[in-house]
Design a protein around this ligand. Structure first.
Ligand SMILES: *[C@@H]1O[C@H](CO)[C@@H](O)[C@H](O)[C@H]1NC(C)=O
Ligand SMILES: *[C@@H]1O[C@H](CO)[C@@H](O)[C@H](O)[C@H]1NC(C)=O
Ligand SMILES: *[C@@H]1O[C@H](CO)[C@@H](O)[C@H](O)[C@H]1NC(C)=O
Ligand SMILES: *[C@@H]1O[C@H](CO)[C@@H](O)[C@H](O)[C@H]1NC(C)=O
Ligand SMILES: *[C@@H]1O[C@H](CO)[C@@H](O)[C@H](O)[C@H]1NC(C)=O
Ligand SMILES: *[C@@H]1O[C@H](CO)[C@@H](O)[C@H](O)[C@H]1NC(C)=O
Ligand SMILES: *[C@@H]1O[C@H](CO)[C@@H](O)[C@H](O)[C@H]1NC(C)=O
Ligand SMILES: *[C@@H]1O[C@H](CO)[C@@H](O)[C@H](O)[C@H]1NC(C)=O
Length: 908
């Protein structure tokens, strides 16, 4: 490691010091205020009054009032049980006050120049009092607030902290009305469609937008102190944040590393000299600087040049390792003996968003893909939504499971969608470790937004807080201004056309003049920015920030949804440059739903099912789609039909996502006559589920994989054989995402449903080039079926499998006809054997036996959380080996007790 050059850009002359070893006396003083609080309804009301009226509840901080009231039993049952989203509705219509006392050790008052109340998440609007003195107001859930409380705090015990919250629902509606009165125009949409059972005007409150309801989630407009709260006290300064940038120079082969340290100073503002130490032992960047701090917020920049040959790069999953380097930044004052410390893990990687003309004559449009460390990345992944309505219920274990499931399904990117949260630090640390690139939206979704001075000032604070907090994570690959607001405006979703000048002006004011302007103060050459998703990227910018057609397949990213279609027909899908959203709904398993329902709820059109299905006409659309390929059960046999419907919705979703995603992957090297194609990314909607419900997720609430997640694992494999039909031909495309050509043994087998013996088998060697897709096989379907003695399309199916030493593959199946027309045999399926793979208690080998070919074989391990190595497959061999990976540990006996296996024919 050779840091050949070191420079410091502080705009001040600073002496360079060698790192000195000395003992640090005092760290910054932190008083944690998390823990047991009290809460009552009625802002301004006293605690004694609340106590008298028996309206005083124990509260947990961090948390929210719904969780507190459920714990207390005032809200009866689970928030996700049956119709409780309606039953619990009154909570968000009230004002709430959180109350606590704390002891302030004597040094707080007289030994510290700065005493700040640090609130990392206040949800959402209200005022903070310390000892009856108002110390500040707040109106944004996403801001880290620092309130000066030195004048209010008392030495000793019995300091009282009181945080008053307004009803988020009433506040939003008041803001809407004020805006209408003062500015004379509506900021739409006013209210969500009735199917959402939601609240109105989420766009008027800086709070997770989904919390007023979404088409996959309930209205739980939470109230409370949802992230950490503490008092910090210091005499010189504390480190607020450290941002980083890593730029690689082709000419020197070196990395330029930049660290910007943000310090909070004391309000006193007398210049003070302190030592700022950067310690990065693995990088050999350790230095101590004598700096002068003279205001309440300052930043200091350090740049280093590091030898590219010894500095290991960070790669997305599937492209290499995720090397992380730890760096510690410390400030210390000789005068006060005070220190402040921040540890972070940084990484060396570059990210570009490549938007260039395609090197082919007469092609319109620009490319849109990510390039990391100079290597073009085929983005494979999904969209992340909040893991729970109550963030205090989201455990690190659950986040780890979901992110590990992402990697286990061969993904390399997640989009953190703009209607939820800037996620927890833990989330991004895990993504750094796992190599999951993050497409990070700013939290604005599906709405127009106000642009009053107060609103924009709050948004600026929000951007500052979150960019400072998250910027150093190598996983974050892109910032995006919002979700679908550009396309909503252009397509007049919310009737904005009559005043389009006003809404366009507001749009630019918010996303360009405010968000982009603010984030660019803190972001330093580390990643690209786009104004919206979907957007035309560069073209959007050229067209004045709102493109004529944000949905264009020839520029930027695209969101595409199709309902009431046959989703197995790949020709319905557009060949976009980058599909950042697309998807299909399915229901969650009975096992997941059971805890939240009564038996009578579990039928496809029950009152409860209709209530929980938030997507207008969702139930009927899915039914229509299923009917394209399957016989439907008799829905009048309500309870009996429901398990079949759950299974069929999951198959429908899995096959649909497979068909669409494989199409995008096949299109990676092709440019069509209409200039579409050259697809470089597929992020389906959506990874996770916020509550037990029908949704587009591939993982159920709680973490159980749906069939589509097992399919994602296969359709995202780096080397894929994808069969499809075109113009009467059966074609096979070989997709290779690896950085080298590979040798592939490709075997095609044609089966009739009645026999394990293929009608014919054909093996061949192929050499798919690096990072390409190419059709390597084409055969007239009629000829192919004749060759296998298949009288009709429905008599046979085809399996293509790959073998090679540099990759793992899974057999891929092509149906010549919808299963509803096929003579499927009735298979006797069974779990023949279960034994432990090793002595960890978490990995098991399972043998599935069948006497006939079985379609959509679905195994469940009821009562044992975990996942299988594969599921939902076509079993064309008498025995199939499957592994089970438990989320914790279990025993063979306990696992075996809950194992069930079915196939399509069992359901008919
Ligand atoms: C719930 O709160 C009420 C009112 O303060 C209190 O009387 C009761 O003991 C609490 N119950 C539980 C289970 O915490
Ligand atoms: C909640 O607080 C607001 C703002 O102080 C006040 O206008 C409103 O009347 C209160 N609402 C209720 C239900 O107490
Ligand atoms: C603090 O003390 C150390 C050890 O005596 C000295 O090397 C350093 O220069 C001092 N720093 C400042 C800012 O005074
Ligand atoms: C630190 O820098 C200040 C101002 O540049 C200077 O006055 C002071 O002597 C320096 N202290 C040390 C220990 O180098
Ligand atoms: C960082 O410090 C420089 C120089 O003191 C100042 O001009 C700049 O505004 C600061 N940046 C931010 C984002 O506060
Ligand atoms: C490009 O388009 C023009 C006009 O349609 C046509 O004359 C020309 O042959 C095309 N060039 C190529 C290389 O296809
Ligand atoms: C697939 O969809 C296209 C329209 O995009 C239609 O023309 C074609 O008939 C469909 N094919 C099948 C097999 O349904
Ligand atoms: C259902 O509830 C039981 C009892 O509380 C619990 O043990 C189980 O994990 C829950 N199952 C699911 C799928 O949430």
């Amino acid at each position: 490691m050779s840091p050949s050059r070191f420079s410091c850009e502080m705009g001040k002359s600073i002496a360079l010091l060698v790192l000195l070893e000395f003992t640090l006396a005092l760290t910054e003083t932190v008083l944690d205020l998390n823990g047991e609080w009290l809460v009552w309804s009625g802002k301004g009301r006293s605690r004694d009054a609340a106590r008298m009226e028996n309206d005083l509840y124990p509260a947990k901080v961090p948390g929210n009032v719904y969780s507190d009231l459920m714990r207390n039993g005032t809200l009866v049952g689970d928030a996700y049980y049956r119709f409780n989203d309606e039953e619990f509705r009154w909570v968000s219509k009230r004002n709430w006050t959180f109350w606590n006392t704390f002891d302030a050790p004597d040094f707080f008052e007289y030994r510290h120049e700065a005493v700040l109340l640090k609130c990392e998440g206040l949800d959402t609007v209200g005022e903070v009092f310390v000892n009856d003195i108002s110390v500040g107001t707040f109106d944004n859930q996403f801001v880290t607030y620092y309130f000066d409380i030195k004048h209010a705090i008392k030495v000793g015990n019995s300091n009282i902290i009181l945080v008053d919250f307004q009803s988020p629902v009433n506040y939003a509606s008041d803001q809407y009305n004020n805006h209408l009165r003062k500015r004379g125009y509506v900021v739409p949409p006013a209210c969500p469609p009735p199917e959402l059972h939601g609240e109105c005007h989420p766009n008027f409150i800086r709070k997770a937008q989904h919390s007023f309801a979404w088409d996959w989630g309930p209205a739980y407009p939470t109230v409370g102190i949802w992230r950490n709260i503490s008092v910090i006290a210091f005499n010189t300064s504390v480190i607020e944040a450290v941002t980083t940038s890593t730029v690689f120079s082709q000419s020197t082969g070196n990395w330029s590393l930049k660290l910007v340290v943000y310090l909070l100073g004391t309000p006193r503002k007398t210049p003070q000299n302190i030592d700022l130490t950067i310690d990065g032992p693995q990088l050999n960047v350790s230095r101590t600087e004598n700096i002068t701090i003279s205001s309440s917020s300052e930043n200091f920049t350090f740049t280093y040049e590091l030898d590219g040959k010894v500095t290991e790069k960070w790669w997305p999953n599937g492209y290499g390792k995720q090397k992380l380097y730890s760096v510690t930044v410390t400030t210390s004052s000789n005068r006060t003996g005070e220190t402040s410390k921040k540890e972070l893990r940084i990484a060396f990687r570059t990210v570009e968003l490549v938007q260039e003309p395609l090197a082919k004559p007469n092609v319109t449009g620009l490319t849109f893909y990510f390039r990391v460390n100079g290597v073009n990345i085929w983005a494979k992944g999904s969209n992340w939504i909040p893991a729970h309505s109550f963030q205090n219920e989201v455990t690190e274990d659950y986040v780890t499971w979901l992110l590990q499931s992402t990697v286990d399904a061969n993904m390399n990117m997640l989009r953190v969608w703009g209607g939820g949260f800037y996620e927890s630090d833990f989330f991004y640390r895990k993504c750094d470790e796992l190599g999951i690139l993050i497409w990070q939206d700013f939290m604005f979704a599906c709405a127009m937004y106000p642009t009053t001075e107060d609103f924009l000032a709050s948004v600026r604070q929000e951007v500052r807080s979150n960019v400072l907090r998250l910027q150093h994570h190598p996983s974050i690959a892109l910032w995006s201004g919002n979700n679908e607001n550009e396309v909503a405006f252009v397509e007049n979703w919310y009737f904005t056309q009559s005043k389009s000048d006003v809404y366009k002006r507001d749009y630019i004011k918010l996303y360009v003049d405010t968000i982009r302007d603010e984030y660019s103060k803190y972001e330093i050459d580390s990643r690209p920015w786009i104004p919206s998703s979907p957007t035309n990227g560069k073209l959007t910018e050229e067209e004045g920030w709102i493109a004529k057609d944000p949905r264009s397949n020839l520029y930027g990213d695209a969101h595409f949804y199709a309902y009431n279609v046959n989703p197995w027909n790949w020709t319905i899908y557009p060949a976009t440059r980058f599909a950042s959203e697309y998807g299909f709904q399915s229901w969650e398993s009975i096992e997941t739903l059971k805890n939240f329902t009564k038996p009578e709820d579990l039928s496809y059109y029950s009152r409860w099912a209709n209530h929980r299905q938030h997507h207008p006409l969702g139930q009927t659309e899915v039914l229509y789609e299923i009917a394209q390929n399957f016989k439907l059960p008799n829905l009048l046999e309500r309870a009996k039909a429901f398990p079949t419907m759950v299974y069929l919705t999951q198959i429908n979703q899995a096959m649909a996502l497979k068909t669409e995603t494989e199409f995008y992957r096949r299109m990676q090297s092709t440019i069509l006559a209409n200039s579409a194609g050259f697809s470089k990314g597929a992020l389906y909607w959506q990874l996770n589920s916020i509550w037990p419900s029908p949704s587009w997720s591939s993982v159920e609430f709680g973490g159980k994989w749906k069939m589509s997640h097992y399919y994602a694992k296969d359709f995202f494999k780096p080397v894929l054989a994808s069969p499809y039909e075109q113009d009467g031909y059966l074609c096979i495309s070989l997709v290779n995402d690896l950085l080298t050509e590979v040798e592939v043994g490709m075997t095609i087998q044609l089966f009739a449903w009645q026999s394990f013996e293929p009608r014919f088998k054909n093996s061949d060697k192929k050499w798919p080039a690096a990072q390409s897709a190419e059709t390597v096989y084409q055969r007239n379907v009629t000829g192919l079926l004749d060759n296998g003695d298949c009288a009709r399309r429905e008599d046979c199916f085809l399996v293509v499998s790959l073998e090679g030493k540099d990759f793992q593959s899974a057999p891929n199946v092509h149906f010549f006809a919808p299963p509803k027309h096929c003579p499927l045999p009735l298979a006797n399926l069974s779990v023949a054997d279960v034994h432990a793979s090793d002595d960890t208690g978490s990995t098991f080998d399972i043998t599935i036996k069948t006497d006939k070919i079985a379609l959509f074989v679905w195994i469940e391990a009821i009562g044992t959380p975990g996942r299988f190595s594969k599921n939902g497959f076509l079993q064309y061999r008498p025995q199939e080996q499957v592994q089970f990976f438990a989320r914790g540990t279990t025993t063979v006996e306990s696992l075996r007790r809950g194992l069930t296996v079915v196939s399509l024919k069992n359901h008919w």
